[in-house]
Write a protein that binds this ligand. Structure first.
Ligand code: F6P
Length: 324
């Protein structure tokens, strides 16, 4: 292996830059030429592939976003797009790839590798959602939940001052990892996630109980993919039957994707970037590098994206008990 390339794809996540830095510098350590592919699979199709050296990744470990930019590529879903991408990789003599992203990124890599098995891919979990099998934490998740905690602490102040009920929507269209962990950390009165069925009546009961106990304000965390809808929808359904509280809705949105990565995310990203290059050099392919119980693991792409990751049931239970 002489030339490797790294790219970021799908929703960006804080720590991607720290990861790129680790890939580039570990690659150089192993005597490889390292290239960056701009804007994920789009750049692969367009041939937007640039050489990276140690100084290209100076001063980025602390920066959110990704210097290589990111995209969700529709063209890569077509055989023509993938062929063009392959031709560009060959033109640049790329013999190995580190793909940093989430499930869409690995789905793309899987299909591509079936058609073009001579370019090995190693994946790294870069997504705030934490919804991949084969790693305890994904790069960016810790920063995102800390962003949520900081924001909700602020909302708690104003909720208490005005005796209000706040519905706060956090990201996670298929998974409730962001909602659950941040919800526990902010002492949310309820946490609504896609993995468990939401019952509006049960939620109203809980609020009513609080109301009777003279609870003046409450925070409900709603994952955007909850089965009863987003925060606006759920707030309206509650209001229809229970209007004791003055209610407000806050959608935190893309603020969760930005910001300087936390110490945990920087270290995780650095470790994973280093391990990904090592894996390529050792001849591994079509696997996502993860860290489980502090140990490095390799999960085939098709398993990593299975969406069968379970929420920590003990945290769900704890959240319910502590919110009373
Ligand atoms: O996958 C990361 C994520 O931030 C999800 O939590 C969210 O549902 C989605 O991306 C939003 O995507 P976009 O930035 O394309 O609107």
């Amino acid at each position: 292996m002489k030339k490797i390339a790294v790219f970021t794809s799908g929703g960006d996540s804080p720590g991607m830059n720290a990861c790129i830095r680790a890939v580039v510098r570990t690659g150089i350590y192993h005597g490889l030429d390292v290239y960056g592919i701009m804007s994920g699979y789009e750049g692969m199709i367009n041939g937007d592939i640039i050489p990276l050296d140690s100084s290209s990744v100076s001063g980025i470990i602390q920066r959110g976003g990704t210097i290589l930019k990111s995209a969700r590529s529709k063209r890569f879903m077509t055989p023509e797009g993938r062929k063009q991408a392959y031709d560009n990789l060959k033109k640049h003599g790329i013999d190995g790839i580190v793909a940093i992203g989430g499930d869409g990124t690995f789905k793309g890599a899987s299909v591509f590798m079936e058609e073009y098995p001579d370019v090995p891919f190693i994946g790294l979990p870069g997504t705030i959602d934490n919804d991949l099998i084969g790693t305890d934490f994904t790069i960016g998740y810790d920063t995102a939940i800390n962003t949520v905690v900081e924001a909700v602490d602020k909302l708690r102040d104003t909720a208490a001052s005005h005796d209000r009920l706040f519905f706060v929507e956090v990201m996670g269209k298929d998974a409730g990892f962001i909602a659950l962990r941040s919800g526990v950390a902010v002492g949310a009165e309820a946490i609504l996630v896609p993995e468990t069925e939401t019952h509006i009546d049960k939620l109203i009961n809980l609020l009513d109980k609080g109301w009777r106990k003279n609870k003046k304000s409450s925070i409900i965390i709603v994952a955007e993919g909850d089965d009863e809808g987003g925060a606006y929808e759920i707030a309206a359904k509650v209001k229809e039957k229970f209007d004791h509280y003055d209610t407000r809705v806050t959608v935190l949105g893309h603020i969760q994707r930005g910001g300087n990565p936390t110490c945990s995310d920087r270290v995780l990203a650095s470790k994973m970037g280093y391990e990904a290059v090592k894996a390529l050099v050792e001849g591994r392919k079509s696997e996502m590098v993860g860290v489980v119980d502090k140990k490095v693991t390799y999960t085939p792409f098709e398993n990593a994206i299975k969406h069968t990751t379970k929420l920590e049931s003990s945290l769900l239970e704890l959240a319910e008990i502590l919110s009373m």
